[in-house]
Ligand binder design. Sequence first.
Ligand code: ADP
Length: 262
Amino acid sequence: LTVVKCGGAVPPEPVCADLAGRAGEVVLVHGGAPEIERLSAELGVPARTLVSPSGVTSRHTDPAMLDVVTLALTGRAKPRLLRALAAHDVPAVGLTGLDGGLLRARRKTAQRAVRDGRTVIVRDDHSGRVTGVRPELLRTLLGAGFVPVLSPPATGEDGAPVNVDADRAAAAVAVALGAARLVLLTSAPGVLRDASDDASLLARCALPREGPVPHAASGGMHRKLIAAREALLGGVPRVSVSDGRLPRPVTAALGGAGTTLE
Ligand code: ADP
């Protein structure tokens, strides 16, 4: 079993075409940052950022933004993938972490952020981290020969939706299903030693078991490396970050393209 996570900037067509013949063996997890940004602009919902005291930035998912995230993922990113999968006769089912209690998460009810040079407490952020995966529904769908297509939001402790990082959700799903592989497809060749130089691709990248991860020039890659580490520590034997823009991106990644994390 392989869990494939497909970034929002990855073109859906090659990934979906490459899943033909793999139904029942693959779970597809997706994000959709470009769709979220586009929809928030269309709806006039300001996209705001939270900066933690240690300098880590994240999306401020206030109630209006939580709706935008949910609408963009379930109304735009997911249908696009389902349509491309259907075009290649791949039987697929779209889900979020709200279906069947698939992804459970704990919302950050109060967090510190730096705003205008002052540390403030933010209480209206509806994001959090995955605390549990109920894999039964995924197993049922896989057993029936479907490709589950899963995205945030997750189910909070009070049942309300919680936005979670899709890379880390994919890692949690891979761990829960005992997947043999986790493939994080993105719009970069893999993990680069120098983020501005595509020729600096690392074939292998060793992650420390704890503490800061190397080679993460931006938040996006930082989260991927954190997710990769969580999958490895959870027992997923092979984890890679690979180029989703290649003609057969899943086949390429399974064949060793991109960066293998260890
Ligand atoms: P996705 O939407 O696919 O999940 P993100 O945009 O969040 O991906 O993160 C991937 C991006 O991270 C790459 O497109 C690249 O611009 C950036 N990046 C930062 N540091 C690195 C690095 N060391 N190697 C590769 N990409 C990096």
